[in-house]
Design a protein around this ligand. Structure first.
Ligand code: SF4
Ligand code: SF4
Length: 495
């Protein structure tokens, strides 16, 4: 008789029962008692089907055990020990070649959905940890060849490029440096983008990221009138914000930004204004940061991310810092769950984003859309992987005038596929992580192809937490998860 063996999954508990996260398919299954017992019996030891039935004879009848084995085989949670597990397929997306034809081995065309446009590489703040200006920078924005501000002409060419490369819906995000230092170009680009999109029968929407120091009433009016989404980089209460987010003369920015943000939140109600917090070894009181930004400033959405840095920097988060971060993220995830069980909104967007991906069964061959559905544009119109690489010749993928260099794009996608990241190919968290941010990898390891192995424990811990939250919700308030289906309908319509 042939023995059964466990395949790739992550087993977790929620709402008093076992759940499976199946790695190849990124599907989540709730297990009943017999299926759970069968699975555990196979995990303990490779056994034949009848040996499993014998081991469970006192608890379940043979028929139920046989059915559970069949279900687990069909879901590929278990398999036959003598059959090797199929390696993850190495499927590359279809990139049209220079003549518009697709390369034969690739499946599915990926249009450009989001273009991040660096309208300036200058900033009026001098945040100590900034990847753009600190020791870890990859583009010399002070002495390099790139213009400090994008011209109106380049901005128009960028919009034309986006609308050429996109499907029926395009997203344009303005970025910097400090984006609002080039407000005139931002303003004219929104008007031009809307006009050109209407001419072409496409839809376009706009968002920006800002440090909020330059928000003034007429800018707020413009953002409201034009329905521009806003993400604000802010780290928390005064003493947290002012540790790193300082002006060039060293003074903190909290007292400048707090009243401006409150005013924006009062006026701009059509879209959630998100806070984006950078966590460091010195700013780790996440619960307090979250409370301040929601209760005292008024943000509806707060997302936190660890600082991107080489390991030697004093603000780099070490192992203990990641443990502390995980404990606090877990506490906020529990609050998020309690709110969601009661049908209420909770603003900790790290949970919302992960749950949406779990619900949609996202399984990534690449960690993010960089170089694929997302591209960054530098002030002179060079196209790169994303906004963080914009202006880096080593990560250039074309120009807005000449279009995407398909050879460079294909080479990038071939070299950065998850199937080639050896450590990741054995990791159960890979459908959602896929090796992590290329920019972080470049800063840490000098190459985008390296997985971010310094934070694997944190990623796996956080993914497990989000799976548990998902399991609880799916048992106790499944209607709440339907909101992610509605988002999915919108996302599909956008392609
Ligand atoms: S980087 Fe680490 S956590 Fe992420 S997929 Fe690779 S091995 Fe897993
Ligand atoms: S490479 Fe990193 S910074 Fe760039 S889009 Fe991906 S996750 Fe974001």
């Amino acid at each position: 008789m042939i023995a059964l063996a466990a395949r790739e999954f992550h087993l977790f508990q929620a709402a008093g029962r076992d759940f499976l996260y199946l790695v190849p398919s990124a599907a989540v299954f709730a297990l009943d008692d017999v299926t759970s017992a069968v699975l555990r019996a196979v995990v303990d030891e490779k056994r034949t089907e009848s040996a499993v039935a014998d081991a469970l004879a006192g608890r379940f009848d043979r028929q139920a055990v046989q059915e559970a084995i069949a279900d687990l085989l069909a879901a590929r949670a278990i398999g036959y020990a003598h059959e090797p597990e199929a390696p993850a397929p190495r499927i590359l997306p279809l990139i049209p070649d220079a003549n518009g034809a697709g390369a034969s081995l690739r499946t599915g065309v990926i249009p450009l959905t989001t273009m991040v446009m660096n309208v300036t590489n200058q900033c009026n703040l001098a945040c100590t940890y900034c990847y753009e200006y600190g020791e870890d920078k990859i583009v010399d924005t002070e002495h390099g060849r790139k213009p400090k501000f994008m011209s109106e002409q380049t901005a128009r060419e960028s919009v034309d490029f986006l609308l050429r490369e996109s499907g029926s819906v395009a997203h344009l995000t303005f970025f910097g440096g400090e984006t609002l230092l080039n407000f005139p170009v931002l303003q004219s680009t929104v008007a031009y983008g809307r006009r050109r999109a209407a001419d072409l029968g496409k839809s376009i929407d706009f968002s920006l990221t800002t440090n909020a120091t330059l928000l003034r009433p007429e800018i707020v009016e413009f953002l409201v009138d034009n329905d521009v989404g806003v993400t604000i980089s802010i780290d928390g209460p005064r003493e947290v914000q002012d540790k790193f987010r300082v002006f060039h003369n060293g003074t903190g920015s909290y007292d400048v930004v707090a009243p401006k943000i409150k005013e924006l939140l009062k006026r701009h109600r059509s879209k959630p204004i998100a806070a984006r917090v950078t966590l460091t070894s010195a700013t780790q009181d996440i619960t307090r940061i979250y409370r301040h930004l929601t209760d005292e400033i008024g943000f509806g959405e707060v997302g936190c991310a660890p600082v991107t840095t080489s390991p030697g920097q004093s603000y780099a988060i070490g192992e203990r810092g990641f443990d502390n971060m995980l404990a606090q993220f877990r506490a906020l995830a529990q609050e998020w769950l309690e709110s969601s069980l009661a049908g209420r909104h909770h603003g900790f967007s790290n949970v919302t984003e992960s749950l949406e991906e779990i619900h949609k069964g996202v399984s990534k061959a690449y960690p993010c859309g960089a170089g694929l559905g997302l591209l960054g544009v530098s002030t002179d119109g060079d196209v790169a992987l994303c906004h963080r690489f914009a202006g880096s010749d080593a990560h250039k993928l074309g120009t807005v005038r000449d279009g995407v260099d398909r050879g460079a794009q294909i080479a990038f996608l071939e070299h950065n596929h998850i199937a080639d990241k050896t450590d990741c190919s054995r990791c159960w968290a890979r459908p959602l992580c896929s090796g992590g941010c290329y920019h972080e990898a470049h800063v840490r390891y000098g190459t985008t192809t390296h997985p971010n192995l310094h934070y694997c424990e944190w990623i796996r811990g956080w993914t497990d937490t989000c799976l548990r939250v998902y399991g609880e919700l799916s048992e106790r308030n499944p209607a709440f998860l339907a909101r992610f289906d509605r988002d999915e309908v919108r996302a599909e319509a956008a392609v």
